[in-house]
Design a protein around this ligand. Structure first.
Ligand SMILES: *Cc1c(COP(=O)(O)O)cnc(C)c1O
Length: 434
């Protein structure tokens, strides 16, 4: 079960604790803004996935951590130790994974615009599988494999035409998506035919990804059916039988208490049942099954701490609490209007009697972390604010806008804390300037 925000937190001496540690003390020790990641929680989430894959899909099927959710050396080491495959979307992610000592033969390389240089870089580093998005990429990967005299494993990214009823900006499985080749238009069929003709490519199967922050009941079951019907069609037409099916990521996590809950183990058992049934019905061999969870592995394991710089009350209008970070370390409200649960960590036991917007320090009115947050009216400069569920797509989407350095990242494990990413220095901000 992906747990409730409140399951992970409690208080001690009037301070919010996270992973059993005093957040105000952590803010004092490491400075703010500060990303916290509960390593024990991440490992527990990995184990939920790996155990369920083994139980329901058998040996060889497995979860691939979608590393775009949070990519730094330490996370790749954790994934290696937990037996997770990874999905990478850029040479940068390949580079960092390799620098961490991750075995890249276990990596799946995504992206809708891989350049020739990207492709060569992935070959140089021994990336296991290319997930080909389009026909031009198939030709380019074939050319590189031919040049090197090797056979390269590829999957085809298919657009199954499933709308997971999630935010437009993070919904990717619809026919008109910029990703993949659609079943409906016949383009998925064409790219399969093209791939099967390439002497240096081994087609291992089909991939799709329908979106992110998905809670809807039967999205994955419907997707499995569409994908396997497509696979059966390819078997009829080309005598090709897939060995791997990859359904991407997207399991939702609760950011606020009114959000849904997603039971990973149960959902995987339901998908497995659908896969069994559809394979039996279509008379097709059951493929190995993969998924690429990102958010559901790391989001709830994260928290961001900030220091309050000012509080502003505009009588008859609204109230603000300004913090020493913002859209630079967490652009998700600005991008999607994302919900977050926020606390004044240094006054956790006080009554919440004031409604505020928590805003960042950037020169943008849209630099908001969250509106309509209830906080104690005693909140003042110097207090510590905690924003929950920031383990996914926060550090990963951070920027240096307004020349604000990236925060440090601290891993929490067994009651100890250690730096995983050092805070950027001011010198770092211009180290490439000439
Ligand atoms: C973003 C993405 C994922 C991860 O999605 P989450 O919602 O973080 O689980 C997996 N696969 C692909 C191809 C993606 O683009």
């Amino acid at each position: 079960m992906i747990t409730n925000i409140a399951d992970n937190i409690s208080s001690k001496d009037g301070h919010l604790t996270f992973a059993g540690q005093d957040t105000v003390e952590l803010a004092k020790k490491y400075g703010t803004p500060l990303y916290l990641l509960d390593e024990d929680k991440i490992r527990e989430n990995c184990r939920t996935y790996t155990a369920a894959f083994k139980k329901y899909f058998g040996e060889g099927s497995r979860p691939l951590y979608a590393s775009k959710a949070n990519s730094f050396k330490g996370i790749y080491r954790i994934m290696q130790e937990e037996g997770m495959g990874i999905d990478v979307v850029s040479p940068g992610e390949i580079y960092v994974a390799k620098a961490a000592g991750y075995d890249l033969s276990q990596a799946y390389f995504h992206g809708n615009c891989k350049t020739d240089a990207d492709i060569a870089f992935a070959f140089d580093n021994g990336v296991g599988v290319f997930v080909a998005d389009n026909q031009e990429e198939v030709i380019a990967v074939e050319a590189e494999a031919a040049k090197r005299g090797v056979k390269q494993r590829v999957m085809i990214r298919v657009t199954p035409g499933i709308d997971p009823h999630t935010y437009e900006a993070i919904s990717t499985g619809k026919v008109d998506s910029k990703f993949g080749s659609a079943v409906e238009t016949g383009q998925a069929d064409e790219i399969v035919a093209l791939t099967l003709k390439q002497p240096h490519l081994e087609l291992v199967g089909f991939h799709c990804h329908v979106g992110s922050q998905v809670f809807a009941e039967d999205v994955y079951e419907r997707t499995v059916i569409v994908m396997m019907e497509f696979a059966a069609d390819m078997k009829r037409k080309y005598g090709y039988e897939l060995t791997e099916l990859d359904l991407g990521g997207g399991f939702g996590v609760p950011y606020v208490d009114t959000d849904g809950r997603f039971d990973i183990d149960q959902k995987l058992s339901e998908i497995a049942k659908t896969l069994e049934d559809v394979c039996a019905r279509l008379g097709i061999r059951k493929p190995l099954y993969h998924m690429e969870p990102g958010r559901s592995v790391v989001a709830a394991a994260g928290m961001t701490l900030y220091t309050v710089g000012s509080t502003k009350r505009i009588p008859g209008y609204k109230n603000y609490v300004a913090i020493d970070g913002g859209m630079t370390d967490n652009p998700r409200y600005a991008l999607y209007g994302s919900k977050y649960t926020c606390f004044v960590a240094s006054r956790i036991d006080e009554q919440k009697d004031l409604e505020v917007s928590i805003v960042g320090r950037c020169c943008e009115s849209g630099d908001i972390i969250q509106r309509d947050v209830m906080v104690p009216s005693t909140v003042q400069r110097g207090d510590i604010v905690a924003v929950c569920t920031t383990g996914a797509y926060n550090y990963a989407m951070a920027s240096n806008y307004n020349k604000i350095p990236y925060p440090a990242m601290v891993l929490l494990k067994d009651g100890e804390s250690k730096i995983a990413i050092k805070r950027q220095s001011y010198a770092d901000l211009c180290m490439n300037d000439v």
